[in-house]
Structures are given as structure tokens and as C-alpha cells.
Design a protein around this ligand. Structure first.
Ligand code: ADP
Ligand code: MG
Length: 256
């Protein structure tokens, strides 16, 4: 049965999508069956997996509104090595449309339960907000992966997310936990980043993943080729660290 993880952080540009597609590609590389769910109307995880968001007949929008199943709406990315439930601008409307519907925060959970035996991992790329879309992700997840840059305000920004996760845990999804904080875009030459990294470890202990993702230009270039960095340039430092991270996730899930 699939383990479901949200990649979430209410800040934009912190590396959520890069983490989602590269963790997915890394997991596929070590033999795991993976579905990526794009919950961001920007559709970056869709494009970055090699699926054209403008050409989607069905998307996660149709799944949330229950006019399509996941099995019908998902696509296989041959190049990336995993399945994608894509998103595009249409999804921005779902936020408003869901408000008046029943079970509005459990739509994705219900839909994914039909495919949970088809995958080992389902990764959900969340939008940069704590919205109804993110709530749908958090309601169905076993854990949250939080990518973060080791910068001055990093810890401060975490408290809103941690509070939201606590509330969802208490009211909607008792399974939910932070599986870990992932240090991304890390530059060991910058003293401040090392200091914040140490702070993170003393605050959160083993909730901080061992793997550190370095700042690496190949990871930033890959999306313009419609590929995860792990596939675009497997020998790059960034790609190698995401494959290592995939192995760490498999180990952690084994002990969950
Ligand atoms: P989010 O999904 O949180 O908005 P993205 O994953 O889109 O963040 O990343 C924001 C920007 O930073 C993108 O241009 C991405 O290519 C770049 N980026 C992300 N991770 C790295 C990294 N490890 N090294 C270099 N650039 C990165
Ligand atoms: Mg994103």
C-alpha cells in the first residue's frame, strides 16, 4: 500500500517542486512505483515531469470535483519514470468551488484510496499557501516533507506550518506527522547556512533528514527540458543527492 507524502511549505520558491519531482525520479530509479500529484495551479511539477499542462484533458481539478477518477486522469511520464496527476490554471478555480461542497477537504483522500495499491509512494506537490488545496493534501498524507533553505527567517516561517499540521492531525487526519525537514539549496561555504542548519538539528533532532541537497545549477536547468534533474544530469551533485534522499526516504518509511 502506498505511503503518501505532502511536500509542503507555505513559502514560495523554497524548493517544493524541485524536491517533489526529483524525489519521485530518485524513488523510481531505486525501483519504487511512484505517483506525483500536482496540487499547485502553476503546474510546475507537471511540466517538470515532462507532461504538457496546457494539453491535459483531465487533471487533478476534475478529480477534486469528482468528475474523473485518478486512474482516468493520471498520465505516465516515460522519461521521468513515474505517473503524474497533473494540474494547470483550472485548478485555481477549485479553491472557490470546493468551499460549498460536502467533504471538501477529503476529496483527494477519497480519490487516492482507489489507487493506493498501484504505488509504493504518492508525492503531493503543494501550493505555497495553507489553502483548501493544501488541506486536501494534508488530509490524505501519512507525512509531510518540508523543504527549507537555511536562512535567517527559516525557523520563524516554520511555526505556521507546524501549527497547521498539528490542527489537521487533531481534527482531520490522526496519521499526519512531519516526516522530516529537508535542507535544500545548501551552500556549505556560507557561515549563516551552517549556523541555521545546526539550529534546525538542535530544535528538531532526527526530524531533520541526514541528506542535504546542495545548490546546484543542473537542478535549476532541468525543468526547461521537461525533466527532473535526476534524469537530466544523473552525474550532477544535485541529482546524486536526490537519489541518496530517495534511499533515505525508503529507509524511513520502512521504520514508520
Ligand atoms: P517552490 O516549488 O517551493 O516554489 P521550486 O522548486 O520551484 O520552489 O524552486 C524555486 C527555484 O529554485 C526554481 O527556479 C528552482 O529551479 C530553483 N532551485 C530549487 N532547488 C534548487 C537547488 N538545489 N539548486 C539550485 N536551484 C534550485
Ligand atoms: Mg512549486
Amino acid at each position: 500500500m502506498a505511503k503518501i507524502f505532502c511536500v509542503a511549505n507555505q513559502k514560495g520558491g523554497v524548493g517544493k517542486t524541485t524536491t517533489t519531482v526529483n524525489l519521485a525520479a530518485g524513488l523510481a530509479k531505486v525501483g519504487q512505483r511512484v505517483l506525483v500529484v500536482d496540487l499547485d495551479p502553476q503546474g510546475n511539477a507537471t511540466m517538470g515531469s515532462g507532461i504538457d499542462k496546457r494539453a491535459l484533458d483531465l487533471s487533478v481539478y476534475d478529480v477534486l470535483l469528482e468528475s474523473s477518477s485518478v486512474a482516468e486522469a493520471k498520465q505516465h511520464s516515460e522519461k521521468a519514470g513515474y505517473d503524474v496527476l497533473g494540474a494547470n490554471r483550472e485548478l485555481a478555480g477549485a479553491e472557490v468551488e470546493l468551499v460549498s461542497l460536502e467533504r471538501r477537504e477529503r476529496r483527494l483522500k477519497t480519490a487516492l484510496s482507489a489507487v493506493k495499491d498501484d504505488y509504493d509512494f504518492i508525492l503531493i506537490d503543494c501550493p505555497p499557501s495553507l489553502s483548501m488545496l493544501t488541506l486536501n493534501g494534508l488530509c490524505c498524507a501519512h507525512g509531510v516533507v518540508v523543504p527549507m533553505q537555511c536562512e535567517y527567517f527559516a525557523l520563524e516561517g516554520l511555526s505556521d506550518l507546524v501549527n497547521t499540521i498539528k490542527q489537521v492531525h487533531a481534527n482531520l487526519n490522526p496519521d499526519l506527522q512531519i516526516i522530516g525537514l529537508l535542507r535544500v539549496m545548501f551552500d556549505p561555504r556560507i557561515t549563516l547556512q551552517n549556523q541555521v542548519s545546526d539550529q534546525l538539528k538542535s530544535h528538531f533532532g532526527d526530524k531533520v533528514f541526514d541528506t542535504v541537497i546542495p545548490r546546484n545549477v543542473r537542478l535549476a536547468e532541468a525543468p526547461s527540458y521537461g525533466l527532473p534533474g535526476v534524469v537530466f544530469d544523473p552525474s550532477s551533485k544535485g541529482a546524486q543527492s536526490f537519489v541518496e534522499f530517495a534511499r533515505e526516504m525508503v529507509r524511513r518509511v520502512g521504520s514508520m
